[in-house]
Design a protein around this ligand. Sequence first.
Ligand SMILES: [Zn+2]
Length: 219
Amino acid sequence: MAASGTHHLVEAAPPGTMVPTSVMDAVIAEELTTLRRAFAEGAEYALTRAGRRDATIHRLDCPALQPHLDRRARWTQLHRDRLAADRSYRMPLPELLTRERARHASAARGCRVCWPNISGRDARPLKRLTARGLRARHAGRVLASESGESLGTILRIAVLRGTDLFGVQHDEVEVVTSGRTLRLAPTDPVHLWDLPSDAEAMERRTRLIARLGGPAPAA
Ligand SMILES: [Zn+2]
């Protein structure tokens, strides 16, 4: 199993002091096979720290999950040393779950970065600021009502300078979203979905497919 696609390099290290490259490669290939198989079977979520109090469910494109999936980097020297001393040593691997299985992992909390919202009732994380705090970099983020409903993706933000009949300056912040145009006073509260933007999520999704979309051996 997992023989295709792995290559075994010549061992250079003295035995007992370093884990041979071939052993490390085989362990990582085995981990990737496990992850790829679950991905091929339709996994959409990942469980990290399973069985612990801080067990957490993530969406697969969650930025907080990515270090767990980068197995080669995950195996730091410390862990490689442990593997050298004990060939049966393995590092925790995130468990990839289908939506159905994730629903039953009730002991795990939902990640605050990616908001998996498995129950469908979790409060969406919102970032609160005032209209004057909106910047060009907020374009692409979702503007929301106070209760978290989408008011559309922010396309552009402009400060409109106006002076009334008495010469008093009244600035307005114009926010154009994919759904509407809002004119706000600079001190008005605004809410943004505190989630990675669609563009960021898509970029991570592409990397995820590159990492896990490879051939998974038939079960
Ligand atoms: Zn997450």
